[in-house]
Design a protein around this ligand. Structure first.
Ligand SMILES: Cc1ncc(C[n+]2csc(CCOP(=O)(O)OP(=O)(O)O)c2C)c(N)n1
Ligand SMILES: [Mg+2]
Length: 741
């Protein structure tokens, strides 16, 4: 054990009482060391209890923090619960105990109790979430927490610079989103040695360094990721060597089985962060005495000799011996403390086993916000167009605007109204080198499609800024920011490049609320340029794929076809309390179809309400996005040439979608086509067609048809692109056939 002082043991110290000779160990008092031992011992014995309960089939899973206790307690002592922020990974039981979580609370998660404060029985044990302590809901994908922690740290800094932004406001998500900030809070994030191989780890280091964020990264290196040893994961076998080049970091490499040495490392690191000097990186060497999990037997890949070497470094026995050696506790004192701990754990186990499980009717609770329903009439307002005669000289204001214009104008007005909004993504800033703008040397870019043009100039570089070229970075940080109360409205430059963010979009952002049983929420907006019909867009600038995202519970998915809807739906997306994927069709950005004057700064369209673009009696066409103008053309031609009246439904919002509008129309027409730009098979239309077949069977006079892209990617050559994507002629043909069926 590391000691800073070498005083001999005080005479007569070997009795059962704590000796308070005033001696400290790297700043830790003797009382604190006893407390450290109590927490570490509790942590280990709680693991043992859970393992026993699992063997008795009274709980359903177990993840141990064994071997990681010392570094956890050190972190817990150096940081402040409910003040600093914590993104701890699954081995951080001792940290959470040190912060103030109780064994009973942990056991409630193990038994899957309704009262489990971390998740209400939704997540495995050791997936920590304690809102009162600022321990943010954790998940199972290794490494997803790290970029979220970056966003969390950025948020503290943002509110310190914009304190008024933290104020509550009514009428939008802010009413339900408390913000607490101090200005010098630190964000803790931990991970295992194996997890340093994830790309998101490097993306997080990059941004933390570049923005000098007050974050402590902790790598708890137990030498293995399940069965894969560290030298296979990490070039050269030591992560400290690889990260050493990141600027502004304070680095520590420490024996993480020694609470005194680890505490000292944390104290230095936290001081660096609180001073605003930048982030810190603590590489703590620990052990893993209980195999990876109960399903793993490490004897299959680790010889006894190696395991015994580890056992000699066991943090529990090391600290116990240290306490005795230093005369802080004697054997009797240790026995008493351990007995007391065992009794408390027994009582906690007995109570937890009695705790009622959640009832099945609660499962859909908190998929979305229970407070603010974006389908409600609260989000339905009328457009207020500027009157041409009122501003005769300002033809600009009243002239029809493109979808791109109105999205830009909506962003501007919402940023004006809500200082919690920040915008970032690739190329979204006007110019990262501000001085060029200030000296009027350049006009600024504002997005590859110019959707965010002028916003940095108007609102400043801390509200509108470029991200690194890394999509997980964008969505992961946005998730962390939204969790703490900001409203990030981020941009993914092309839908084709959304996939690096997929883990964040599928398993994190939409799940924050449900998996924490409403303990946390992350209502961020992700704007994405999507779609083809570009002539030359080719494979990687034309993709759709919206059904991949409508398949994700917890994520609202919007896909407007015209300027007015884009403005109204974007405002709803920003003000609502759920995460939203806002799909903007590139081909529609500047289309003549669907232009409109600006509908004013309060115009909103509720989610899940379709628009009947053209009423009809003979068949129903259900569509959205860039197929809307094509379907309209086809429908007009059909009516002109054959007197067939098709009813055209523009869904506008894909999740939730307007089933009532579809059902009412099919009741009337008895025929339905679902038309969409994405590939035909397994597409969005499959769900709609299946529901119509299932629930409206008695009202159908013909099979439900789908018109969509061929089951291939979009090709570059326009002849091929035309053949692949659904065209007006295809829609016309299908509608005519269906009408004649
Ligand atoms: C993205 C992802 N891939 C794989 C897994 C399965 N898995 C869970 S833990 C783990 C090993 C993690 O090792 P390390 O980061 O060293 O942490 P340790 O468990 O050793 O503390 C793996 C592969 C996962 N949970 N998430
Ligand atoms: Mg490991």
């Amino acid at each position: 054990m590391a000691t800073t002082e070498t005083d001999p043991k005080p005479a007569g110290a070997a009795d059962s009482e704590i000796k308070s000779a005033g001696k400290t160990y790297e700043g830790l008092s003797r009382e604190q060391l006893v407390e450290a031992y109590r927490i570490m011992y509790t942590s280990r014995r709680l693991d043992d209890r859970e393992i026993m309960l699992k063997r008795q089939q009274k709980i359903f899973f177990q993840i141990s923090g064994a071997g990681h206790e010392a570094v956890g307690v050190a972190a817990g002592f150096a940081l402040k619960p409910g003040y600093d922020w914590f993104y701890p990974y699954y081995r951080d039981r001792a940290l959470c105990l040190a912060l103030g979580a109780t064994p009973y609370e942990m056991l409630l998660q193990a038994v899957g109790a309704a009262e489990d404060p971390s998740s209400g029985g939704r997540q495995m044990p050791s997936h920590w979430s304690y809102p009162r302590l600022n321990v943010v809901t954790q998940s199972s994908p290794t490494g997803t927490q790290i970029l979220q922690a970056v966003g969390c740290a950025e948020t503290g800094r943002y509110f310190a610079a914009h304190p008024e932004a933290a104020n509550k406001a009514t009428g939008d998500y802010r009413q339900f989103k408390d913000v607490v900030f101090h200005g010098d809070e630190v964000t803790y994030v931990s991970l295992g040695d194996g997890t340093t191989s994830e790309g998101e780890f490097w993306e997080a280091l990059n941004t933390a360094s570049n923005r000098r964020l007050p974050m402590v990264f902790v790598v708890e290196d137990n030498g293995y990721a399940i069965s894969v040893p560290v030298e296979v994961q990490t070039a050269g076998g030591n992560i400290s060597r690889l990260v050493a080049g990141f600027p502004y970091f304070h680095f520590e490499e420490v024996d993480g089985t020694d609470p005194v040495a680890a505490y000292a490392a944390f104290v230095r690191s936290v001081a660096h962060c609180r001073a605003g000097d930048g982030p810190a990186f603590i590489h703590a060497h620990v052990i893993r005495p209980y195999s990876h999990s109960l399903s793993d037997d490490e004897r299959l890949y680790r010889p006894d000799a190696e395991r015994q070497r580890d056992a000699q470094r066991d943090p529990i026995s090391r600290l116990q011996m240290f306490l005795i050696r230093e005369g802080i506790l004697d054997e009797k004192g240790i026995n008493r403390l351990e007995k007391q701990t065992e009794d408390e754990l027994q009582a906690a186990v007995d109570r937890a086993l009695e705790a009622p499980p959640p009832t099945p009717d609660t499962v859909t609770r908190y998929v979305y916000s229970p407070d603010l329903d974006p389908t409600s009439s609260a989000f339905e307002t009328q457009p207020v167009f500027a009157k041409a005669e009122a501003a005769p000289s300002d033809g600009k204001k009243t002239a029809p605007k493109t979808m791109a214009d109105l999205i830009n104008a909506t962003l501007r007005d919402e940023m004006q109204r809500d200082e919690r909004i920040v915008i970032f993504g690739e190329d979204v800033a006007d110019c990262s080198r501000e001085q060029y703008l200030q000296q009027k040397m350049v006009k600024g870019k504002g997005g590859v499609f110019k959707l965010t043009s002028g916003l940095q100039c108007e609102f400043g570089s801390d509200r509108v800024f470029n991200s690194p070229l890394a999509e997980a970075n964008i969505v992961g940080r946005a998730t962390g920011m939204a969790t703490r109360g900001l409203k990030p409205v981020v941009e993914i430059q092309f839908f084709d490049y959304i996939w690096p963010a997929m883990m964040q979009l599928r398993s994190e952002l939409p799940l924050i609320r449900w998996r924490s049983n409403n303990g946390f929420s992350a209502p961020a907006v992700v704007r994405v340029a999507i779609g083809g019909y570009l002539t030359g867009g080719a494979i990687y600038h034309s993709q759709c794929g919206e059904s991949v995202f409508t398949h994700i519970p917890g994520l609202r998915v919007v896909f407007p076809s015209n300027a007015l809807d884009a403005a109204g739906l974007l405002r709803t997306a920003i003000r609502c309390d759920d995460p939203v994927l806002f799909l903007e069709h590139k081909r529609l950005y500047r289309e003549t179809f669907g232009r409109a004057p600006y509908p004013g700064p309060e115009y909103m369209v509720p989610f899940g309400k379709a628009k009947i673009l053209q009423p009809g009696t003979d068949l129903t066409v259900i569509t959205y996005g860039a197929v809307v103008p094509r379907a309209l053309q086809a429908a007009q031609k059909l009516e002109r040439e054959h007197g067939v009246k098709a009813e055209l439904i523009d869904l506008r919002c894909l999740n939730p979608f307007d089933w009532e509008a579809i059902a009412a129309s099919v009741h009337k027409t008895n025929r339905a086509i679902v038309a969409y730009e994405d590939t035909l098979s397994w597409g969005y239309g499959a769900e709609i067609a299946a529901r119509i077949a299932d629930q409206l069977f008695d009202h159908l006079d013909a099979p439900v048809r789908r018109v969509a892209a061929m089951d291939t990617f979009v090709a570059y050559q326009p002849i091929l692109e035309n053949a692949i994507l659904p065209q007006t002629a295809d829609l016309y043909r299908a509608m005519k056939e269906l009408a004649e069926f």
